[in-house]
Design a binder for this molecule. Structure first.
Ligand SMILES: O=C(O)c1ccccc1N[C@@H]1O[C@H](COP(=O)(O)O)[C@@H](O)[C@H]1O
Length: 208
């Protein structure tokens, strides 16, 4: 089953919208530079509103270990997504508390392998150089290098996610920019169309 993560959640309303649309995971962005920055309090209320099945992923960029762990706990996250240059020790320390989504740019795949390879509980996600920018990766160029079990982000939306799935067969897809009416505010129709398109593409790419 291809999992669907819908990121940039900034309200209980949008958390419920994405959960009801069938999202497997919701992203809550705690990176101060983000236009979709959410408080730990709002994220906590949203986390507790979506029930026990939907994963809640705290998204961090270049933030210290203490800040990551304290924020993820306060917000009742079930997983942590890490962007930016990190040491293997840092990833190991976070992975001791939460499942980790380690985000890597395609160009850094080889160089970054030492940071995450072999650490239990770490899943790789490939994303564009500027996360949250709505820019797709070159899926055909990536095809020979896409690691089995990796997640895919970067400019995904209802209009192109089926092609991305056909090209790379990711374990999960993750999106934000093309699912919004404005930064931090979800477009209900786009969210529903995105989830439905993934489910349809999955049934066509992976016939039972
Ligand atoms: O979206 C942001 O503002 C953001 C800021 C800092 C780190 C990560 C961020 N978003 C992540 O980028 C992916 C892809 O976004 P897009 O669909 O290409 O706009 C998104 O899923 C977040 O995990």
């Amino acid at each position: 089953m291809i999992r669907v993560k819908i990121c940039g959640t900034t309200s209980v309303h949008d958390a419920l919208l994405s959960a009801e649309a069938g999202a497997d995971a919701l992203g809550f962005i705690f990176a101060p530079v983000s236009k979709r920055l959410v408080s730990a309090q709002v994220a906590r209320e949203a986390s507790l509103s979506v029930g026990p099945v939907v994963a809640r992923v705290g998204v961090f960029l270049n933030q210290g270990l203490d800040e990551v762990l304290r924020t993820a706990e306060a917000a009742r996250m079930s997983a942590v997504q890490l962007h930016g240059p990190l040491s293997r020790l840092y990833v190991q320390q976070v992975a001791a508390y939460y499942p980790v989504l380690r985000v890597v740019r395609p160009a850094d795949l080889a160089a970054e392998a030492g940071v995450w390879t072999g650490i239990s509980g770490v899943t790789l996600m490939l994303d564009a150089p500027e996360p949250g920018g709505g820019v797709p990766l070159d899926w055909e160029a990536l095809r020979p290098h896409f690691p089995p079990g990796a997640w895919l982000a970067g400019g995904l939306g209802p209009a192109n996610v089926a092609r991305a799935i056909q090209a790379l067969r990711p374990a999960a897809v993750d999106a934000v920019s093309r699912l919004e009416v404005s930064p931090g505010r979800k477009d209900p129709d786009a969210v529903r169309a995105f989830v439905q398109t993934v489910r349809t593409a999955e049934s066509e790419s992976y016939p039972q």
